[in-house]
Design a protein around this ligand. Sequence first.
Ligand SMILES: [Zn+2]
Length: 259
Amino acid sequence: MKKIYWLSGLATASLLLGACSTQAGESHPATEPPHWTYEGEEGPAHWGELDPAYELCSAGTNQSPIDVETPKGQDLTNIAFHYQPSEVNILNNGHTVQVNYDAGSYMELDGIHYDVVQFHYHSPSEHALDGKLFAAEFHIVHKNADGNLAVVGILFDEGAQNDVLQPFIDNLPAEKSDVRDAGVKINAADLLPAVQTTYRYSGSLTTPPCSEGVHWNLMTSPVELSSAQLEALTSLFEGGNNRPVQPLNDRPLTEDTTP
Ligand SMILES: [Zn+2]
């Protein structure tokens, strides 16, 4: 099993907390990781050059997201979800909007207990199915007792209004913000599709520092959100907040075939 190559605790914090300026030229304390974006000179093609701590973004061979093309079907042990409602503790970190999930929710993946840490979104999606991107993708980020990460990805098509998502949509901070309790609850369990089979592979964070050893579990069935809900998400990050797909290389990619 691969270990996660945490380059520094602060690099980890960039995923979990988000910490960089969105204003060009603004200096940040030496303890903060350097600024990055989704386009231009600090965009995905350059992440690996921005800081030695981001090296895996260009040099890594187990990177995410990927295009899911020819998964190998297998009857895997289903993920057991033990999610409870959480307060919408919401923040805009300049790259996405995230909900820091209340303690106590977890999943069991291959017999290992992973606590839910946070969820956030990308639009359009980061993962593709047979070359096709989706309208949006939510990532539910989990961590186990050893600090290893497992992410559950949910693909969204434009379609019917998604009532489960609405407390999140109603409280999106338009600008970079500190976390605040929106005074409403959301249950990540209700975001999941009815059929909970997944594509699984070993990948990375999709944002700098692109650390590897992340257990990826992408739901095979998309769910829906309305055009108005999608517009609320996309309007915050003009041009999108998705990293392009990365080469699969020689990694196994499996599809859990049995619900
Ligand atoms: Zn993500």
